[in-house]
Design a binder for this molecule. Structure first.
Ligand code: PLP
Ligand code: ZN
Length: 433
């Protein structure tokens, strides 16, 4: 049995029973006017009965240590160590962008190297308990790679409807884990295909498959609450002033926010952070500025390398989390994400996906306007590893020569670098300086 008590609309508050069919359109009452997604309402009796002792919970080395707050018991979880990612101080990059107390939550350390594993672990666990045999998604990116892996681990079949322009490493992950990959030239056909699978064949779709998108399956979004639980634990009960995320449809943003709200409801924390959505094209910024509930589909301002967050229209759940947290959306537009990615690596040694460095561009922007101040404690959620879109990020890399002798190697190292190397104990070959 899952712990799904029912569902509730984020916008109008209407409740739906636990056997309500999640059909990717969100709340039926809000379909026409301003589509909104449903959040899962957990079963309160089970929450209390199964709350683990502090020690018992801590013994589980994955996000399932918070199972008492998730819609499935830990013993039925499909898991391979997701969550519990490090929270790293980033003083060099922080000082450079004006927030010395910068912390980075490194989600690239998850099993499939992205934060989507928090989602997939919970969604696939619920799907399996509910008797699903096929899970499906419309994704050729991190969500697809993650779902394919968790389906393989659960012994379920995974169908992935992909789209042109996918990053090679993520597609490789999807193929290697045995998912049935169905490539489409058009986004609309991809969604129609998935809708048929759900309606005629009973597939459990974790992603949206209708426009306008309201967000992914509510069960998986519960998994993102664990980001908040971990952050507060890693900050010894304190709450950051700001949490900054790369945002597409806002699944992670909405889940993170719910996690903080739950902690506040049970008085584990006494304040809430402000959230920042680092988006590419500005759909959330436009909705916030216009005070609208219906997200506009904005024009693409440029081709983006942040393909994972490249949607021109976000979803109500993200807008709702920003409004409730007195948050901000920052359209990063055509900012040089490859340069941001390199700066992060140079300063902090961390190699992140291009979409995942968008928060740093947003922080810098808000810092120059003094929205974020120098004293603020800022958490940037780095959502995926740099190996995920290496084909895109290496497009500017110069050809590396190979040397046929040590003398030739030295001759390629600049005089300045040689001087620098002289003081080091071990000579390090580098052509970067
Ligand atoms: C690396 C990465 N970051 C962020 C996101 C944003 O996801 P969402 O806002 O839909 O939770 C995605 C979505 O695919 C992603 O792949
Ligand atoms: Zn509604």
């Amino acid at each position: 049995m899952t712990r799904v008590h029912g569902y509730c609309c984020l916008r109008c508050g209407k409740h739906y029973p636990r056997d309500f069919v999640i059909d990717s359109r969100g709340c039926p009452a809000c379909h026409g006017e301003a589509p909104s997604n449903l959040r899962l309402v957990g079963s309160p009796d089970i929450l209390v009965a199964e709350a683990p002792s502090q020690e018992g919970g801590k013994a589980i080395s994955s996000l399932w240590r918070y199972a008492h707050r998730l819609p499935c018991p830990a013993r039925l979880a499909v898991s391979f160590g997701e969550g519990l990612t490090p929270l790293l101080p980033a003083p060099r990059l922080g000082t450079r962008i004006g927030v010395p107390q910068l912390l980075i939550k490194d989600e690239g350390r998850n099993p499939t190297w992205s934060h989507k594993d928090r989602f997939s672990s919970v969604a696939v666990s619920v799907a399996r308990v509910q008797g699903a045999r096929v899970v499906a998604t419309a994704s050729s990116g991190n969500a697809g790679a993650s779902l394919a892996a968790y389906a393989a681990r659960a012994g379920l079949t995974c169908v992935t409807a992909t789209f042109a322009g996918a990053a090679g490493p993520m597609l490789a992950q999807i193929h290697k884990t045995g998912a049935i990959v169905v490539p489409f030239a058009s986004k609309t056909d991809r969604w129609k295909f998935l809708a048929e699978g759900v309606e005629r064949l009973g597939w459990f779709a974790t992603s949206p498959y209708r426009a306008p998108v309201v967000g992914s399956h509510p069960a998986g979004i519960e998994g993102y609450k664990t980001l908040a639980f971990e952050l507060v634990e890693q900050m010894h009960g304190q709450v950051p002033d700001w949490c900054v995320l790369p945002v597409c449809y806002g699944d992670a943003l909405a889940g993170l926010w719910r996690g903080f709200l739950e902690l506040q409801e049970e008085r584990s924390i006494d304040r809430l952070p402000r959230l920042v959505a680092a988006e590419v094209h500005g759909s959330l910024s436009a909705a916030l500025a216009g005070d609208q509930d219906c997200l506009p589909d904005v024009k693409t301002c440029s081709d983006t390398v942040a393909v994972s967050i490249g949607a021109t229209r976000s979803a109500y759940q993200a807008l709702n989390a920003l409004r409730q947290s007195d948050g901000v959306a920052v359209p990063i537009g055509d900012c040089d994400l490859i340069a941001c990615q390199e700066q992060l690596s140079l300063d902090e040694g961390l190699f992140a996906e291009l979409a995942s460095v968008a928060p740093f561009a947003a922080i810098e922007f808000l810092r120059t306007r003094n929205v974020i101040t120098q004293r603020d404690r800022v958490v940037a959620i780095v959502t995926a590893s740099g190996l995920k879109d290496i084909d895109r990020s290496m497009c500017r890399a110069p050809e590396q020569p190979t040397f046929s002798s040590v003398a030739e190697a030295w001759s390629h190292i600049s005089a300045e670098t040689r001087l620098h190397l002289r003081s080091a104990q071990e000579p390090v070959f580098t052509t970067r300086h």
